[in-house]
Design a protein around this ligand. Structure first.
Ligand code: CS2
Length: 473
């Protein structure tokens, strides 16, 4: 029997236990069917007390593969919770339809359906096409192409945000009423970012659609957290050995999961709080804690660690030079974190830092630094730039945040495969030398910093700290 067929048979058996009645109706549409969606939002929905009312239709991004594989298993997949002490397995049943993202007509049909109440997004930080001014970069080639397709009406948009806008037009046309768009990408004020990107595309296509979106779509901000490395063949084998069936689409994640949300759900939502999600009025402190402490340290380890020859987060953290850089960065970030208005003491930074060390040190999770290193120009804007600005505003140097940026610069010049939406600009900047190179690279990340001669000097001085060449060959 073909592996996928075998899985289908086993999973169909599981299905009868998991879904004794009819499948949950589709009320959530997701864009960005990848490992993180499955370990996070799909798992929270599966664990919600009213899960039987909330099915997810999940669309892939660039390729259909994940949807095809999952559809063969009727949307079911195994979540492997990988703790230091061992694995535990759970079959997740909340995805009731898995669709190739290119099927924009199906997307429009589902978003336009009155029953659909929520659209969730994990489309990567870079997909929002933010310029360094924080607004939609209308000159980005794929945005330009999508706007032309939308305007001509003779083709389907290809970017996630273009597709979302197309589907929202269908919702307006069907008169299905308001709904919530929930951004689950690692960006500060991610609801606002999704709002700006959506409004930017809609406004350039059809101002009356942009006005409808303004009145009918609630953009919810969230802070999402669960370390989920890419699934490997060894993971498939581990599921088969322990569970007795061949799942082609398992997902491996750490036991820890966190979801903080802020915003309105005009057409309702699952009881995600049953699975531990938290709803707050003031989300910024939680976002900053997560983006600066977890993601900031991740990026630092990704660049410094690879420059030092390490491959995974756990390996890099075990290197005293990297560990010290992380602790210093955390000290700087911590001095700029404020507690939430409703509960100022809730951030509990020392415990959070302690927990992060344990999470990063979980050597059973092979979290590859190369995966984290991607799209650095966007990620640094959330993870390093705000800390550096805050430090300098407080009259301090911000050397630890500057070191993270310097490590990214060194990595950008040394990496064999440098993946970034602004890779061309980065390569051009790396063709320069000395302070000019630093200024040009900084301009890619944050023009204000590039205009600050003291920051340029500081970063120039910090380049090479992890043993890489300060200038490209
Ligand atoms: C990582 C995140 O790849 C990256 O940039 O920092 O995916 C990180 O693992 C998650 O945000 C953890 O919740």
């Amino acid at each position: 029997m073909q592996p996928a067929k075998e899985a289908a048979v086993h999973i169909a058996r599981l299905n009868r236990t998991l879904r004794p009645g009819a499948k949950a109706p589709i009320r959530i549409v997701h864009l960005g069917l990848g490992a993180f969606h499955r370990s996070h939002q799909a798992w929270y929905t599966h664990r919600a007390g009213d899960a039987e009312d909330w099915g997810i239709a999940a669309f892939t991004g660039r390729r259909p593969d994940a949807a095809l594989a999952l559809a063969e298993q009727d949307g079911l997949f195994t979540l492997v919770e990988r703790a230091d002490g061992g694995d535990s397995f759970e079959v997740v049943g909340s995805i009731v339809e898995a669709v190739d993202g290119a099927d924009v007509q199906r997307l429009a049909e589902l978003v336009g359906a009155p029953r659909t109440a929520v659209v969730t997004l994990t489309v990567t930080e870079a997909a929002y096409r933010l310029g360094s001014d924080g607004q939609l970069d209308r000159g980005a080639p794929d945005v330009v192409a999508d706007l032309a397709l939308l305007a001509s009406g003779r083709g389907n948009p290809t970017t996630p945000l273009g597709r979302l806008v197309f589907a929202l037009a269908a919702r307006r046309a069907s008169g299905a009423g308001p709904l919530a768009v929930v951004c689950c990408d690692n960006l500060s004020s991610n609801g606002t970012v999704a709002h700006h990107a959506t409004a930017g595309i809609a406004g350039a296509w059809d101002p009356s659609l942009a006005a409808w979106i303004e009145d009918n779509v609630s953009f919810v901000s969230t802070s999402v957290d669960r370390i989920t490395p890419r699934t490997t063949d060894a993971d498939l084998a581990a599921v088969e050995a322990s569970c007795g069936y061949r799942d082609t689409s398992p997902v491996v994640a750490e036991p820890f999961a966190n979801w903080v949300l802020s915003g309105d759900f005009p057409a309702g939502r699952p009881r995600w709080e049953d699975a531990g999600a938290v709803f707050v009025a003031d989300i910024e402190p939680y976002e900053n804690r997560k983006l600066w402490l977890l993601n900031g340290a991740h990026s630092l380890l990704a660049y410094a660690g690879q420059l030092r020859g390490h491959a995974t987060v756990a390996e890099a953290l075990a290197d005293p030079l990297c560990r010290k850089a992380v602790e210093r960065f955390w000290d700087e970030a911590e001095s700029n974190l404020r507690g939430p208005e409703e509960n100022p003491a809730d951030l509990q930074i020392p415990a959070y830092r302690e927990a992060l060390l344990a999470r990063f040190g979980n050597a059973r999770i092979a979290h590859h630094l190369a995966q984290i290193a991607m799209d650095g120009s966007t990620k640094l804007r959330m993870r390093a730039v705000p800390v550096l600005h805050a430090e300098r505003a407080a009259g301090r140097s911000g050397a630890a945040a500057a070191l993270l940026i310097a490590a990214w610069m060194d990595y950008s010049a040394a990496a064999a495969a440098f993946q970034d939406p602004l890779a061309d600009q980065v390569a051009a900047a790396n063709g320069l030398s000395g302070a000019e190179r630093i200024r040009a690279l900084l301009a890619v990340v944050d023009p204000a910093l590039a205009g600050d001669a003291a920051v340029v000097r500081l970063i120039e001085d910090l380049c090479g700290r992890f043993g890489a060449p300060a200038v490209s060959p």
